[in-house]
Design a protein around this ligand. Structure first.
Ligand SMILES: [Fe+2]
Length: 267
């Protein structure tokens, strides 16, 4: 589900430009969203997914998630248009979304984050693939990720992960940053009000795994720390066998923000 890190592979795979150039090269991956090209059925699929997931998440997600949904008016029917979304998001936290046609390489993704740019797919799943995605679509990206970027401290953390990722890739340990991202922004859990809640976008946007992560007896749930996150492998093609649980939403943010690139490389 991790859009940008399906393989968490370092850029040595040859599919990425040099990290030294990624600071500007990310712009080459941006395409027009072509919102007008979404069909009536595309919009209906968004509405179906949105209603189903809001109903499912209810009190299962950290409260900041629905704060973001409300602030960004994401409950408006149909696939959101990037420009309308950015008009609210950029004014609030300086983050903005750009459309991309699919996966972007890791170094490009981190470079985007470091400049408060979040890539969103310019497509949506079909009605017969509601629960199976070969690549994350705009529902995963816009419903799962963007609400949290309206929160000022989370917004700062996400930018910081971009800088950490750029440094980690340059040092040949991109997987450190990919795992940190995975176990916080994508698949993190956190305690809130004494209850276990969803923090990560990969869970918030998944009908099956949102339940599974909170309720399954077949998984490990371990306390979150940046050290553990960096050294905990993950699955990109199946439900996670283990989740990291923060003491609070704020703990995740504080720990990540306190992590310098130098310390990350030494972990
Ligand atoms: Fe994602």
């Amino acid at each position: 589900m991790l859009k940008e890190f399906e393989t968490a592979s370092p850029p040595s795979s040859g599919r990425s430009p040099s990290p030294a150039n990624a600071g500007e090269d990310w712009k080459r991956y941006v395409v027009p969203q072509c919102w007008e090209a979404f069909t009536a059925d595309d919009h209906a699929v968004w509405d179906l997914l949105f209603a189903r997931q809001v109903d499912l998440l209810d009190s299962r997600v950290v409260s900041q998630f629905f704060d973001g949904i409300d602030l960004l008016r994401l409950s408006h029917p149909g696939v959101p248009d990037v420009e309308g979304l950015n008009a609210i998001l950029e004014a609030r936290t300086g983050w903005r979304t750009v459309a991309v046609p699919g996966l972007v390489p890791d170094d490009i993704f981190f470079a985007m984050l470091a400049t408060r740019v979040f890539p969103v797919g310019n497509f949506i799943r079909t009605r017969d693939q509601l629960d199976y995605l070969e690549a994350p679509d705009c529902f995963h990206d816009m419903f799962g990720h963007i609400p949290m970027l309206a929160h000022h401290d989370f917004a700062e953390m996400a930018e910081h992960i971009g800088r950490l990722g750029t440094a980690a890739i340059a040092a040949g340990v991109g997987e450190y940053a990919a795992r940190l991202y995975w176990h916080s922004v994508e698949f993190g859990l956190a305690l809130q009000g004494g209850e276990l809640k969803i923090l990560g976008a990969g869970l918030a946007s998944s009908f099956g795994e949102s339940h599974f992560s909170l309720e399954s007896d077949a998984v490990e749930r371990l306390p979150f720390s940046v050290e553990r996150a960096v050294h905990t492998p993950y699955k990109h093609d199946a439900f996670q066998p283990r989740y990291l649980v923060s003491q609070s939403f704020e703990q995740t943010i504080a720990e990540v923000l306190a992590l310098t690139p130098e310390r990350l490389l030494a972990l």
